[in-house]
Write a protein that binds this ligand. Structure first.
Ligand code: NDP
Length: 248
């Protein structure tokens, strides 16, 4: 297997960090983008990595100029990125009655517009190299979730963006797929009470909360060099939760 140049957005913690660890373990050159400079600074130790295969870049994925600057730096340092995992995402859950325009805009900007901006930055290089793997992190919540009109719309948008880009780029060696996690044990979830976690667990058919490794494994499959015939697909990694109709 060739080593490739990969970017993971929002890779400083949670699912993104799990994906970063997986891609790094596969031997790829890896750029991790996140907003938090302090946490980013600890990642060389976490990944047990020297600078030769790891770039830690402070990038806000809503900032077009920062995305371009970071992409150019990767290209100068190694070569144009071959793998992009659009993982950065946030929630601002509220019923629509309380949701502000700002809540809508920020969630759509971070979760969806960022995918457009990051794809725009890397696709020309992928087209030149006639190879690319783009994996977008959607969510089971794209099916709908109480108090998540902004989040569901952003994650549904991610599915549509994935399908459309897959059609546009299929002849250029570039696959574009999406992964829809269910409930995953990340710092986000650790804020929940034991009672709330138990309730969530009960809503998962397999009876357990997902692990970041569950998501990372699926991203690894979609990002694989050999995997050139799966494109435009959404893979649920949610313990079967997409099959039921959870009320929470
Ligand atoms: P976390 O909040 O644990 O991590 C998200 C990371 O993204 C953080 O490091 C965060 O940095 C970073 N980030 C947020 N906004 C930006 C930005 N504008 N620019 C760059 N980095 C940013 O989230 P998870 O790991 O739980 O989620 C990862 C993805 O998976 C998201 O897209 C989420 O929607 C999706 N998902 C998660 C599920 C779950 O149960 N956890 C379920 C379904 C989908 P900072 O600390 O600065 O905010």
């Amino acid at each position: 297997m060739l080593d490739r140049v990969a970017i993971v957005t929002g890779g400083a913690r949670g699912i993104g960090l799990g994906i970063a660890k997986m891609l790094f373990a596969k031997g790829h050159h890896l750029a991790i983008w996140d907003r938090d400079e302090e946490v980013l600074g600890t990642l060389s130790k976490t990944l047990n990595a020297g600078a030769d295969r790891l770039l830690l870049q402070v990038v806000d994925v809503t900032n077009k100029a920062a995305i371009k600057e970071a992409t150019d730096a990767i290209t100068d340092h190694w070569s144009a990125p071959d793998i992009l995992v659009n993982n950065a995402g946030i929630t601002r859950d509220k019923r629509i009655i309380n949701m502000t325009e700002e809540d809508w805009d920020i969630v759509l900007d971070v979760n969806l517009k960022s995918m457009f901006l990051c794809c725009k930055a890397v696709i020309p290089g992928m087209v030149n190299g006639n190879f690319g793997r783009i994996v977008n992190i959607s969510s089971r919540a794209w099916l709908g979730g109480f108090g998540q009109v902004n989040y569901s719309a952003s994650k549904g948008g991610a599915v549509s963006l994935t399908r459309t880009l897959a059609i546009e780029l299929a002849r250029e060696g570039i696959t574009v797929n999406a992964v829809a996690p269910g409930i995953v044990d990340t710092p986000l979830l650790q804020n929940y009470s034991t009672e709330q976690r138990e309730l969530l667990k009960k809503s998962v058919p397999t009876g357990r909360i997902g692990r970041v490794e569950d998501i990372a494994r699926t991203v690894g499959f979609l990002a694989d060099e050999e995997n050139s015939y799966v494109t435009g697909q959404l893979i649920y990694v949610c313990g079967g939760r997409s099959l039921s109709n959870p009320s929470i």
